[in-house]
Every structure is written in structure tokens, then in C-alpha cells.
Design a protein around this ligand. Structure first.
Ligand code: PMV
Length: 294
């Protein structure tokens, strides 16, 4: 196993539409975060044994992740895993637990680092490996975070269809706003499950509404990118409003997030929604003027 000098950068992610419903077969629309990201660097040092982890985040979690790979590599593949010797530096600007893909970014970066020594040959193998790593953080997930961070571009994502590039480069102006509240994804998924048990018919309608919001989001992004800005923005507004209504129906918009949404709309945001699992985290707002390249 050959651990060479290595470095890579990966973006954070955000979700425009399709959260939760994606777990039951709907498509979602996810984008790389335009500013936040994670850098991983490995500097080998064969003169000393052992790995030094230099990370402002949770070094213990990184070490555990590497240990778990070592163990499963031995068990599943029956091959020995030689621990790297040197310094691993991880720098991330992605806030933890805010639904912006902090753990998925770490897993994708680690997978890229492991790809050469572990001979993870193609994108599919690397995607599966990164998804298995991420399960250690979150339990079951749709795999959307790993898919969009790996792709590094706007995608539609379905659990059976997988990721599909939307082929868009120009985006309208979206901004991100922290509610200051944190909720675990698993807790939010559990709350939606509970709601589905209590009100199955309403829950089915909400899933359909979220799937429709995803379709509108795709059409809106594509229209905007090909220069039809009016129609693009109009569809995105409808999509985001509809998606946000779903979060309200699931009771995943706490009071502080509602107040922030009200503020943003008062300041002129055309639409505003929770991005990610809900229960707090981040709001994304869409504005009339200006565009940004993805
Ligand atoms: O953004 P996250 O990773 O907190 O979760 C949002 C997406 C969910 O549909 C709620 C979960 C998933 O795995 O897709």
C-alpha cells in the first residue's frame, strides 16, 4: 500500500428541493455550496510511524473513520491495511450539523485520498465507499449528499436513479442564513416518519407536493441557465414556496426559523426555505437581482 503525498478540495452542499421525500423515491435537487468547503492534505513521513491528524474539527472522529476502514478492509476483503505514516491536515469551513454536508464532504475527501492505495477504481466504487463511510455518521441516508459533493455541480438525485447532472452553470442569487438552531438529521427523519404513521393520507400528499417542488426546481434552474430568467425565477419561487410548505406541514420549521424567514421576505427575498433536514439549520433565500456562476 503506497501512501503518497495527496491533497484535494471538496465543496459543501445544499438542497433546493426534495428533502425527506427523496427517502421514499422522489427526486431531489442538490447543489454544491458556492463558498463553503473542505481541504484535505496528506504529507507522508516514512521516518516515523503513525499518523498525526491536524484538524480544527473532530480529530478523534477522523481517526475512528480510518480505523473502521482498516477493520472492514481486513474483514471484508481479507487484505491487510497498512496505516499511513505522516501528517493528515483537514481544514473545513462547513459548519457541523447545519445540513451543509460537513460529514459527507469529509467522507468524499477521505475516499479520494484512499482511492489510489485501496484501488477504488471508478466513480461508482468510490461513491459506494464514501456512502458506507457516511453511514457511520448518520445511519441510513439517501446518499444525496455524497452524490452532489462528488459531482461538484448541480444534480437531480433519486435513490434508484442515482445522480444526474443538470448541466447548469448560471444560477440566480441564492443566499444562506443560519437559524442558529441545530437538529440531527435522524431526529427530523424520525419526526416525518411519525407524522406518516399518524396522518398517512396527508403525508402522501406532502411527499407528492415535495416531488412536484423538485420538478419545478429543475425546470427553473434549466430555464434560468439557458437565459430565460423571468420564467426560471418564477418557477424557482413556486418550487421553494411549495417545498417550504412541506416543511411547515411536517412541523420542521421552529419559531426562530419562522422569524428569520419573515425578516428575509421583508428585506425583499422572493422565496425562502429550509435547506436540509429541517428543525433549524440553514435557510436559503432567492433574490431578484444578480446571478452567480455555479
Ligand atoms: O441535509 P441533510 O443531510 O441534513 O438531510 C437532508 C436530506 C434528507 O432527505 C432529510 C435525508 C437524506 O438522507 O436524504
Amino acid at each position: 500500500m503506497n501512501w503518497e503525498r495527496f491533497s484535494c478540495s471538496v465543496p459543501g452542499k445544499w438542497v433546493l428541493a426534495g428533502e425527506h421525500a427523496v427517502l421514499r423515491g422522489a427526486s431531489a435537487v442538490a447543489l454544491p455550496h458556492p463558498e463553503l468547503g473542505l481541504k484535505l492534505r496528506f504529507e507522508p513521513d516514512r521516518s516515523r510511524s503513525g499518523l498525526r491528524i491536524d484538524s480544527a474539527g473532530d480529530s478523534a472522529a477522523v481517526r475512528e473513520l480510518i480505523e473502521s476502514v482498516r477493520e472492514s478492509w481486513g474483514e471484508e476483503q481479507g487484505r491487510s491495511f497498512e496505516m499511513p505514516s505522516g501528517t493528515l491536515t483537514i481544514q473545513s469551513t462547513i459548519p457541523i450539523g447545519a445540513g451543509l454536508g460537513s460529514s459527507a464532504a469529509l467522507c468524499v475527501a477521505m475516499t479520494r485520498w484512499f482511492a489510489e492505495p485501496l484501488r477504488l477504481l471508478d466513480a461508482r466504487e468510490q461513491g459506494e465507499f464514501a456512502t458506507r463511510l457516511e453511514h457511520r455518521f448518520h445511519g441510513r441516508s439517501s446518499g444525496m449528499d455524497i452524490a452532489v459533493i462528488s459531482a461538484g455541480e448541480p444534480i437531480s438525485f433519486g435513490m434508484t436513479l442515482g445522480p444526474k447532472s443538470l448541466g447548469v452553470r448560471r444560477l440566480p442569487r441564492f443566499t444562506f442564513h443560519d437559524t442558529g438552531l441545530r437538529a440531527r438529521t435522524s431526529e427530523c427523519v424520525y419526526r416525518v416518519e411519525k407524522f406518516r404513521e399518524e396522518e398517512p393520507t396527508a403525508a402522501m400528499r406532502i411527499d407528492e407536493a415535495m416531488a412536484e417542488a423538485s420538478r419545478l426546481a429543475m425546470e427553473g434552474l434549466i430555464a434560468y441557465d439557458r437565459g430565460d430568467r423571468g420564467q426560471g425565477v418564477e418557477k424557482l419561487v413556486r418550487s421553494m414556496n411549495q417545498a417550504q410548505e412541506c416543511f411547515y406541514s411536517w412541523r420542521l420549521v421552529p419559531g426562530d426559523a419562522q422569524r428569520l424567514e419573515y425578516e428575509l421576505r421583508k428585506r425583499g427575498a422572493l422565496a425562502c426555505k429550509i435547506t436540509g433536514a429541517g428543525g433549524g439549520g440553514m435557510l436559503v433565500a432567492l433574490w431578484k437581482h444578480g446571478n452567480s456562476d455555479s
